[in-house]
Design a protein around this ligand. Structure first.
Ligand SMILES: Cc1ncc(C[n+]2csc(CCOP(=O)(O)OP(=O)(O)O)c2C)c(N)n1
Ligand SMILES: [Mg+2]
Length: 323
């Protein structure tokens, strides 16, 4: 499918926004005040997946995210100020400061939840899709999961259930080649994650760093799922540029090489799109600078908001808790 110039520029800006938000979180994470008391799993390098998929969704389509949720939440339209406030454990956060980085949600934007329990979101999203089908709704559920998550038995069970009942759910697997510090090829016997599921469900293997390819696949799959033609599993090949849960690159810990990191950094989805737009003369270096300046202003004001917000009152400790 051909995408219009204005769409591709929008995708680029959305990806850049996520990258700059993550950069500012990294800049502030170890500051003197240590305002962020939450583990963080940054999304650098995987932006094309969240943006390429979420740009094809309607507002009332619902996403179910995992521990690496910042990019999914932002791409689906989650509120930035409330996200940063949540990372600062403030009352104004999207989970009233109770959840932290791995529990982002925004009901209005269609971000149902983010789960710190690896694969926890997969069965919940599948169950939600069952509810959508039973109620005859037209909106769909989208579940983001990592390559490591597919090693949980409940993923296999959910996918079988979704196929059996022809549920309106799209599984988007971000194969970033690692689960914490263990590489995919020493954990799994098959070349692709989707090889495990292809006899059950319609699967796709795509370049997750090329947003045009992601968006093109997402357009087709969203249409198919919405029309009731059955669930799909899209495997997006990618690479996380930061360490599993800190702001470094992972090379320092010795589980991957600088050479490997450099190779993937060259293939960064943002660099790809920037080169593409410059090459076509659809954007200039000055316009890129202007976009960055605007985005930085927005991000700065979100940090200011979080900084100035109040911590929850100790008396409210047991409010808004269920279970
Ligand atoms: C049920 C469960 N087991 C283990 C963990 C610890 N853990 C957190 S993230 C992670 C790796 C997940 O890898 P993947 O699904 O590939 O996602 P990525 O971090 O690469 O985005 C593990 C094992 C957990 N949070 N929950
Ligand atoms: Mg992974």
């Amino acid at each position: 499918m051909e995408f219009a110039k204005k769409d591709l520029i929008k995708y680029y800006v959305e990806m850049k926004r996520i990258r700059l938000v993550e950069g500012e979180i990294a800049n502030n994470y170890y500051n003197e005040v240590r305002e962020m008391h939450t583990p963080i799993h940054l999304y650098d390098g995987q932006e094309a997946i969240a943006v390429g998929v979420c740009q094809q969704l309607d507002k009332d389509d619902i996403i179910f995210s995992n521990h690496r949720c910042h990019g999914h939440y932002l791409a689906k339209g989650g509120n930035l100020k409330k996200m940063i406030a949540e990372l600062f454990s403030k009352e104004t956060g999207c989970c009233k400061g109770r959840g932290g980085s791995m529990h982002l949600a925004d009901k209005e934007a269609g971000v149902a939840l983010s789960s710190a329990i690896v694969a926890g979101n997969v069965s919940i999203g599948t169950g939600y899709a069952l509810g959508l089908k039973q109620q005859g709704k037209r909106n769909i559920a989208v579940v983001f999961l990592g390559d490591g998550a597919t090693e949980e038995g409940s993923v296999y069970e959910s996918i079988c259930f979704a196929r059996l009942h022809n549920l309106p759910v799209m599984y988007v697997c971000e194969n970033n080649l690692y689960a914490i510090s263990t590489a995919y090829n020493i954990r799994e016997p098959l070349k692709y994650v989707s090889d495990k599921f292809k006899t059950i469900i319609e699967t796709y293997v795509i370049n997750g760093n090329n947003i045009i390819e992601v968006a093109d696949t997402a357009v087709k799959c969203v249409r198919r799922v919405r029309e009731g033609e059955g669930p799909v599993f899209i495997e997006c090949l990618t690479y996380r540029l930061r360490d599993h849960h800190n702001i470094k690159t992972g090379v320092e810990s010795g589980y991957r090489t600088q050479e490997e990191w450099d190779k993937w950094n060259e293939k960064s989805p943002i660099k790809f799109m920037e080169d593409y737009l410059l090459d076509k003369n659809w954007i200039s270096k000055q316009e890129i600078e202007r976009i960055d300046t605007e985005l930085k202003k927005e991000i700065e004001s979100a940090f200011q908001y979080a900084h100035e917000s109040q911590l929850p009152c100790p008396k409210s400790l047991f409010d808004n808790l269920w279970g």
